[in-house]
Design a protein around this ligand. Structure first.
Ligand code: C5P
Length: 402
């Protein structure tokens, strides 16, 4: 989503200015054209050269540039999004009052692009009514505020005021750019491989990392969805996502079926065990008792249950991780489980599926359509899968609206 987008990265003079370097790097890694704009204060903490080495566009520090007499209008009009990280109390005040004091504030006032502001300052400053009023004013005007976090501040103090983590800032930039096409919709996403206990310490599991499911939850949240992630993976919770931790297929079934009653979209990205031990030993199985025979029974099929109880207007998406006859098996799954879309991947292909950062999938629709999504990061795949969900829902709405 950031690929090819023009991002102005404003940096003001707080100690957290060094963290803006990481934000810059992540934006560039995501394919954005980043124009850093540093205030005089920022230059006291970090050098322009650091940003020049990372960013694709020239670093700007001055309103007065002989070669480009109106850099602020050019930057402001050309930006797809502007992010200020860190934003000092001074920046919040100037921006809220419309005071064009330097290149960054002039650019902010000259733009119609979405703006993300990430304040960072000492707790006393952050909590001052003047600062809070400026933040409220900016929020009211539609500026996206990434609230500071609690933690250690400059000088060793503890409190609220620390700049949000770079990944949260980049996620907010993406969200500010994304079409809010899932706004008002409840989305349930599952992720990770379930674990089926044999005894208190052992389980039957699988190689799913949960990365694809977590990325889908993040992509859905970035587009305004009210997202609940039911996960069996130990990965971090994407910003703005509600999390339910589960371990077994049965726990996932119970959570998902309860949530599905009010969900508009359910994406079953989890690798759910198909079988579980009939007996779960209360005590650890002992070697001295000999080799145990483990009898298995089927787990409840969550996707099939969702398909069977599907409400009109609900979209159910399944995944098919296959090692052979991918399309045939996926189509069979689509019909058998009553899903609207199946995201199929050949997990035996290089760079694809479990334990990889990348994936390559084919999305198959119950209406017979088929979309190939070439090898890309799991984040990029997630956004494309959400595109397909939105496209399907739009076409259904069109069909059912007279
Ligand atoms: O049949 P198979 O397990 O290959 O189907 C994969 C799809 O079904 C995935 O979307 C997975 O999350 C879902 N599934 C499920 N409940 C199971 C097994 C798989 O919902 N018990």
């Amino acid at each position: 989503m950031l690929a090819g987008r023009r991002v102005v990265l404003g940096v003001t003079g707080g100690i957290a200015a060094y963290k803006a370097v990481e934000v810059c790097r992540r934006l560039v890694d995501d394919g954005a054209f980043v124009s850093p704009v540093l205030t005089d204060g920022a230059l006291r903490f970090v050098g322009a050269t650091t940003f020049s080495a990372l960013a694709s566009e020239p670093v700007r520090t001055e309103l007065w540039d002989a070669a480009d007499p109106i850099p602020h209008t050019r930057l402001g009009q050309g930006a797809d999004v502007i992010v200020v990280a860190p934003a000092t109390a001074r920046l919040l005040s100037d921006y809220a009052s419309g005071r064009s004091a330097d290149l960054l504030t002039a650019t902010l006032i000259a733009t119609e692009a979405p703006v993300v502001v990430c304040p960072a300052m000492h707790t006393e400053m952050w909590e001052h009514p003047a600062v809070q009023e400026n933040v409220a004013t900016l929020r009211r005007r539609g500026v996206h505020i990434v609230d500071p976090e609690q933690g250690r501040l400059a000088g060793g103090d503890l409190g609220t005021g620390r700049l949000a983590a770079p990944e949260a800032i980049v996620a907010a930039v993406r969200a500010a750019l994304a079409a809010p096409d899932l706004e008002g919709l409840q989305v349930v996403v599952t992720a990770g491989g379930t674990r089926e206990a044999l005894d208190p310490v052992r389980y039957l599991g699988n190689r799913s990392s949960g990365r694809q499911g977590h990325a889908i939850a993040q992509a859905a949240a970035e587009r305004g969805g009210d997202v609940t992630l039911v996960t069996a993976a130990g990965l971090a919770t994407p910003p703005g996502v509600r999390r339910v931790d589960v371990e077994s297929a049965q726990q996932m079934y119970d959570s998902v079926l309860a949530l599905a009653a009010s969900a508009d979209i359910v994406v079953m990205a989890a690798a759910v065990a198909d079988f579980r031990p009939v007996v779960v030993c209360a005590e650890k199985l002992k070697k001295r008792d000999g080799v145990p025979t483990v009898q298995l029974e089927p787990t409840p099929d969550i996707l099939a249950a969702l398909g069977a109880t599907k409400r009109p207007g609900q979209t159910i998406v399944g995944f098919a991780a296959e090692t052979q006859d991918v399309a045939t098996n996926a189509l069979d799954k689509l019909a058998r489980k009553g899903a609207d879309l199946i995201v199929a991947n050949d997990v035996s292909a290089p760079g694809v599926g479990f334990e990889h950062e990348t994936n390559q999938v084919t999305v198959l629709g119950a209406d017979g359509h088929r979309v190939e999504i070439p090898l890309a990061s799991k984040r990029a795949i997630a956004r494309r899968v959400i595109d397909e969900v939105v496209a399907l829902r739009t076409s259904h709405t069109r069909e059912t609206t007279p």
